[in-house]
Design a protein around this ligand. Structure first.
Ligand SMILES: Cc1cc2nc3c(=O)[nH]c(=O)nc-3n(C[C@H](O)[C@H](O)[C@H](O)COP(=O)(O)OP(=O)(O)OC[C@H]3O[C@@H](n4cnc5c(N)ncnc54)[C@H](O)[C@@H]3O)c2cc1C
Length: 404
């Protein structure tokens, strides 16, 4: 509750609950607090008591990035007035306007096993789940896979790449949409660099299997193919991995490739509680990218990678969709909306063909405000772009969580 300017009148604040304390969730929370903080109470419910950024995770393989630089806690955001609840959201009841959560893996506030939060507005920003269930043998052999996509699994990949002396590296990109389209190519190129650095590159075959018709993202397909040719990396497009065995992957065509290292990105989707609440199958359905309300419930909005948007799933788009979602609410309260449009500029790691652990990058972006979307690119590899990506990632973490 807050005291209104009219003496003696107490106003009940509207409750905005945000699921997911990642880039989208925290961007929405800050924007709401800044613009209509007097009229609303903003609560973020999120699984873990820390957030780890995604974009520079491939550099954990070369040792150019470290976990501590890309990890932040929520304490400072809480001190600024965002209510933070650690909990694992398991279901939503849109009719009752209630979110249910179980205790987070490491933190609890209550003695009950299932808790709930009531809302007036709900913003869903839970990111993605990596779902290997469509791949035969995944349940038995998942531990043979590794990926730059998740903490822990990056360490596994790093130790395999740094310890094996010969073999075949298979890198897999699942069907679009998945988050960060270039990350599988970045993985292949950074692994190539480490193997060169170790002087064992000629003892390895590197094969990138891509479920999509072209290497991703499409505006860089030819550039990446050329860099692959220079690096001696093979690629196969338009083929899903349908099965994993103890030492082989099987493609849709029936081709079998033996692997010693398997860097696999599973197909992505939104967490299951979204489908259970009738809000969409793989992704959260929205009425429009600029007013991302769900079709059946005006008080539920979606943002970030979990939302079904006609754009790539990346950090800039996650941030922009969060501003659009929060603006939709801000306008209802008569507040000043944040200025935003769908556009992004990013940097793609391409490793270092000299085998130096100093990753080079190329630049690329798309502006969706123009029709057709206007691409921007500079395919000249530069070290400076790698540094620029680091500054960009740090600026998000410093702004949304706390400076380091
Ligand atoms: C390896 C890698 C490389 C990338 N490279 C780039 C890049 O170069 N450029 C770029 O722009 N983007 C890149 N991205 C993508 C970028 O990180 C994502 O697009 C962005 O983080 C999406 O934001 P989000 O808020 O939707 O999801 P996230 O940032 O993942 O946040 C989701 C949050 O929700 C929480 N959550 C999930 N489920 C629940 C639940 N049931 N209950 C409570 N909380 C829950 C999670 O713990 C997390 O904190 C990369 C990502 C990865 C992994």
């Amino acid at each position: 509750m807050f005291q209104s300017p009219v003496e003696g009148v107490t106003v009940v604040k509207k409750r905005i609950v945000i699921v997911g304390g990642g880039i989208a969730g925290m961007s929405a929370a800050h924007s709401l607090l800044e613009r209509i903080g007097d009229a609303v109470e903003v609560t973020v419910v999120t699984k873990d008591p820390f957030y780890m950024a995604g974009p520079s995770r491939p550099l954990l393989l070369t040792g150019e990035q470290s976990y501590d630089r890309i990890t932040r806690g929520y304490e400072e955001a809480a001190a600024r007035g965002i209510k933070i609840v650690y909990g694992n959201v398991t279901r939503i009841d849109p009719g009752e306007r209630r979110v249910y959560y179980t205790e987070s893996p490491t933190r609890s506030y209550t003695s009950t096993s299932e808790n709930s939060l009531d809302y007036d507005y709900l913003i869903l920003a839970p990111g993605v789940v990596y779902d290997g269930s469509s791949i035969e043998g995944y349940r038995e052999h998942w531990h043979r896979t590794a990926s730059v996509y998740e903490p822990g699994r990056v360490d596994v990949l790093r130790s395999r790449v740094w310890s094996q002396n010969q073999g075949t590296v298979v890198v897999y990109a699942p069907p679009m949409p998945y988050r960060c389209a270039p990350a599988p190519a970045e993985t292949a190129l950074v692994i190539d660099t480490v193997l060169r650095h170790r002087g064992v590159r000629d003892k390895f075959r590197i094969v990138h299997v891509d479920a999509n018709p072209k290497l991703q993202p499409p505006p860089l397909a030819d550039t990446i193919a050329k860099i692959y040719e220079e690096a001696g990396i093979e690629f196969i497009t338009g083929q899903k991995i349908t099965e994993i065995t103890a030492n082989e992957v099987v493609l849709e065509s029936g081709e079998r490739i033996e692997y010693t290292i398997l860097a696999l990105v599973e197909p992505n989707r939104a967490p299951r509680f979204i489908a259970d609440a009738g809000l969409g199958q793989a992704w959260i359905e929205v009425k429009s990218p600029e007013k991302p309300r769900t079709p059946s419930y005006d008080d539920i909005l979606a943002a970030g990678d979990a939302a079904k948007l006609p754009f790539p799933k990346n950090q800039e788009i996650a941030y922009e969709s969060a501003l659009y979602a929060s603006n939709t609410i801000i306008e209802e309260f008569g507040g000043e909306p944040a200025s935003v449009q769908y556009t992004f500029l990013g940097w793609v790691y391409i490793g270092n063909r000299q085998g130096r652990l100093e990753t080079l990058s190329i630049q690329f972006g798309l502006n969706f405000a123009t029709k057709p979307p206007k691409p921007t690119k500079d395919t000249e590899p530069r070290r400076d772009y790698t540094m620029q990506k680091d500054r960009w990632e740090q600026s998000y973490l410093n702004r949304l969580y706390h400076p380091k």
